[in-house]
Design a protein around this ligand. Structure first.
Ligand code: HAM
Length: 427
C-alpha cells in the first residue's frame, strides 16, 4: 500500500473549474434570494446529537444510519450536521428570531455530512444551498418559496426538471391517515415488505412510502393517498398553493408517495427532479414544517424551506468556458534581473488597473515561457527584451492573430483592453 495520504471515501477535493461552478451557484443564489428578502445565516457544522434526533426524527434513515456522531473529550455526543434545517431552527430559537408575529427568512450555504454509499451525485460530504422561512402560515409563503426555488434553478440555466408536489396534512388529519395506511399495510402478505418496512408499519407507516426497495415500492403503489384524507383547512391550503403556482405558470406533478426522508414535514412538500443524472436525480427538496420549532422547544411558529444539493446541480450546469486571462508577461534572454524587475512591476501595475494575468518567473528558456503563455490562454503576451528595457517599452503579441507591435509601458493597460475588445468583436 502506498504511503501517500488520500482523501476519505466520499469526501471530494474540488479544483477549478468544479470550484468555479460552486462559486457561480453561490453568487446566483445570493443575488436571487435577496430579491425575496432572504439574508445569509452561517451556523456551526457540529451540533449536539440530540438536536438532530429531536428535529429530524429517530425513525429516519438519516438519524438511524447516516450520521457522523462521536463523543467530544468530555463524552458529550456531537454530530456533524447531516442537513441544515435543524441547526437553523436551533439558532433562530436561541437568538429569538423564531416568532409567529414576524417573518424570518434566511439562507445557508455549506457542507453537510451523511454516511451513505457514495456514487454519482451522492457523497458523504456534500454541499447544500438551503433556505428557511419562519413565521407565515399563509399558502402564499409556500407558493413564494416554490417559485423562488424554480426561478433559482432556471437562473442557473437548468432545464428539463420536474417539480413533484404533495401535501402531508397536519396534526388534525394525519393521525387518521396514518392509521388508514397502517391498516392497509397490515393486510399485505406478512413477508412481502422488507424488514425495515415491517417495523415502520407499526412505528411510522408514512416512511414505508419512501422505501427505496423496489418490491416495497411496487407493493405500495395502490396504498391510500394522503391527499384523499386531508382536513378542509389542509385541502384549501394545498389548493391555494396550486392556484398560485398555476398563476405563475409553474408546472408540477402531484406525487402522493412524496413523504420526504425527514420527519418534520407538514402540509406542502416537494422535490425537484432531473432525469439527466441517473439514480440520484433529486436536486432539491423541502416543504412546510409547522411543528418543528415547538418540537425543539420554541413557540408555535410555522416554517418552511428547501435545500438544493450543489454537487447534483453542478452535474447539470451547462458548460461554461473558463474566463481567459488578459495578459502573460515573458522576459527575453539577456535582460537580467533589471528586466525581470521591470516585468514584475508591469504585472503589478496592470493588475492595479483591473487586468488579470501573470508573469513567467522562470529564467530557464524563452521557449518554455512562451509555451506557458500559450497554455494560459491569455489574450496577449507582453515581451520585454534588452531593447524594450532600455526604451521603457514592451512588445505586445496578440495570441489569437499572432500580430506583434511595440508599445510604451504607460500605454499597456489601454492597449490590452483594445485588443481584448477586438477579440470579443470577432467571437
Ligand atoms: P434532503 O432531501 O435530505 O432535504 O436534501 C436536500 C438535497 O440535498 C437533496 O435533494 C439532494 O440534492 C442533496 N443531497 C442529500 N443527500 C446528499 C448526498 N449524500 N450527496 C449529495 N447530495 C445530497 C434536506 O436536507 C432538508 N433539510 C431540506 C429542507 C430545508 N427542508 C426544509 N428546509
Amino acid at each position: 500500500m502506498s504511503n501517500t495520504p488520500t482523501a476519505i471515501k466520499g469526501f471530494a477535493d474540488m479544483f477549478s473549474p468544479d470550484s468555479d461552478a460552486f462559486t457561480k451557484m453561490e453568487a446566483v443564489a445570493r443575488e436571487l434570494f435577496s430579491r425575496y428578502g432572504y439574508t445569509e445565516l452561517r451556523t456551526p457544522i457540529l451540533e449536539y446529537t440530540e438536536l438532530f434526533k429531536r428535529g429530524i426524527g429517530t425513525e429516519t434513515d438519516v438519524v438511524q444510519k447516516e450520521m457522523y456522531t462521536f463523543p467530544d473529550r468530555h463524552g458529550r455526543s456531537l454530530t456533524m450536521r447531516p442537513e441544515a434545517t435543524a441547526g437553523v431552527m436551533r439558532a433562530c430559537i436561541e437568538h429569538a428570531r423564531a416568532s409567529a408575529d414576524s417573518v424570518t427568512k434566511v439562507f445557508t450555504i455549506g457542507p453537510m455530512f451523511r454516511y451513505e454509499r457514495p456514487q454519482k451525485g451522492r457523497l458523504r460530504q456534500f454541499h447544500q444551498i438551503n433556505c428557511e422561512c419562519l413565521g407565515p402560515v399563509e399558502p402564499y409563503a409556500d407558493a413564494e418559496l416554490l417559485v423562488m426555488a424554480v426561478r433559482f434553478l432556471e437562473a442557473l440555466g437548468l432545464k428539463d426538471l420536474t417539480l413533484h408536489l404533495n401535501a402531508l396534512g397536519c396534526p388534525q388529519c394525519r393521525p387518521a391517515y396514518r392509521e388508514a395506511l397502517r391498516n392497509w399495510l397490515r393486510q399485505l402478505d406478512a413477508d412481502a415488505l422488507c424488514e425495515d418496512c415491517r417495523r415502520r408499519t407499526e412505528t411510522n407507516p408514512l416512511r414505508v412510502l419512501d422505501c427505496k426497495v423496489s418490491s416495497c415500492k411496487s407493493l405500495t403503489e395502490n396504498a391510500p393517498k394522503i391527499t384523499d384524507h386531508l382536513c378542509p383547512d389542509c385541502e384549501e391550503h394545498f389548493a391555494q398553493v396550486r392556484r398560485l403556482l398555476d398563476a405563475e405558470h409553474i408546472e408540477y406533478v402531484l406525487d402522493h408517495r412524496l413523504v420526504r426522508g425527514l420527519d418534520y414535514y407538514t402540509r406542502t412538500t416537494f422535490e425537484i427532479v432531473s432525469d439527466a443524472i441517473g439514480a440520484q436525480g433529486t436536486v432539491a427538496g423541502g416543504g412546510r414544517y409547522d411543528g418543528l420549532v415547538s418540537q425543539l422547544g420554541g413557540g408555535e411558529v410555522s416554517g418552511l424551506g428547501f435545500a438544493c444539493g450543489m454537487e447534483r446541480l453542478a452535474l447539470l450546469l451547462p458548460e461554461t468556458e473558463a474566463p481567459r486571462p488578459d495578459f502573460y508577461i515573458v522576459t527575453l534572454n539577456g535582460v537580467g534581473s533589471d528586466g525581470r524587475t521591470a516585468a514584475f512591476s508591469l504585472a503589478q501595475s496592470l493588475r492595479n488597473a483591473g487586468l488579470k494575468g501573470e508573469m513567467g518567473f522562470s529564467t530557464r528558456s524563452v521557449k518554455s515561457a512562451m509555451r506557458q503563455a500559450g497554455k494560459s490562454h491569455a489574450h496577449c503576451c507582453l515581451l520585454i527584451g534588452e531593447q524594450e528595457l532600455a526604451d521603457g517599452t514592451a512588445v505586445i503579441k496578440d495570441m489569437d492573430s499572432g500580430e506583434q507591435a511595440a508599445l510604451p509601458l504607460a500605454d499597456a493597460a489601454a492597449r490590452i483592453r483594445t485588443l481584448i475588445a477586438s477579440h470579443s468583436d470577432r467571437a
